[in-house]
Ligand binder design. Structure first.
Ligand SMILES: CC(C)(COP(=O)(O)OP(=O)(O)OC[C@H]1O[C@@H](n2cnc3c(N)ncnc32)[C@H](O)[C@@H]1OP(=O)(O)O)[C@@H](O)C(=O)NCCC(=O)NCCS
Length: 147
């Protein structure tokens, strides 16, 4: 049985080892995956009875006007069972009070999102592939900051 939850309290990196970020040359480690879940405005998980996370979706939002959905993924062996649709539906409902809810996707996925009430539009992006793994950076000090 799959349970949907926005609680991260008992989630550890060990629950995120199922094999997410398929096809990413430099995937985030489970520890960095947990960090990105915790630091999102909203994160929703699909979990197995033993706690393993089999799907997740995140959003970043100002909670005033807009929300952006950067991550949605279901483990390959759990795809095609409605989990991805359920995660999107929950998140769209969570942010229904906002003007904009945006995401980027490949054209082949547009019918999937259209079925859930979204519509296609063009967009622009930046991708810093050096930072794809999400490893914490040691940033240069800001002007006036002690090194
Ligand atoms: C996209 C994704 C989240 C869908 O999750 P899911 O649990 O399989 O979704 P559902 O079971 O609710 O819906 C499956 C439907 O999505 C369609 N779909 C899924 N991936 C697709 C793809 N890459 N291209 C076209 N259609 C796709 C399926 O054909 C299926 O349609 P059907 O019901 O008519 O057969 C999942 O395939 C996934 O994790 N993909 C890899 C990561 C990814 O692409 N994330 C989206 C980033 S924008």
């Amino acid at each position: 049985m799959i349970v949907y939850t926005n609680s991260l309290t008992d989630v550890t990196a060990e629950h995120l080892v199922g094999g997410f970020f398929v096809g990413w040359p430099h995937p985030p480690s489970p520890a960095d995956h947990l960090r990105l879940l915790r630091q999102s405005t909203a994160a929703l998980l699909a979990r197995r009875a033993d706690g393993l996370v089999v799907g997740f979706i995140t959003a970043i939002s100002d909670e005033v006007s807009c929300a952006y959905i950067p991550h949605l993924e279901v483990l390959p062996e759990y795809q095609g069972q409605g989990i991805g649709s359920e995660l999107v539906k929950h998140l769209l409902a969570r942010f229904q009070h906002l003007y904009m809810i945006d995401l980027l996707c490949d054209a082949e996925l547009q019918p999937f999102y259209a079925r859930l009430g979204m519509r296609p539009i063009t967009g622009m992006l930046v991708r810093n592939f050096d930072h794809q793994s999400c490893e914490p950076l040691s940033l240069p000090p800001e002007p006036g900051e002690r090194p």
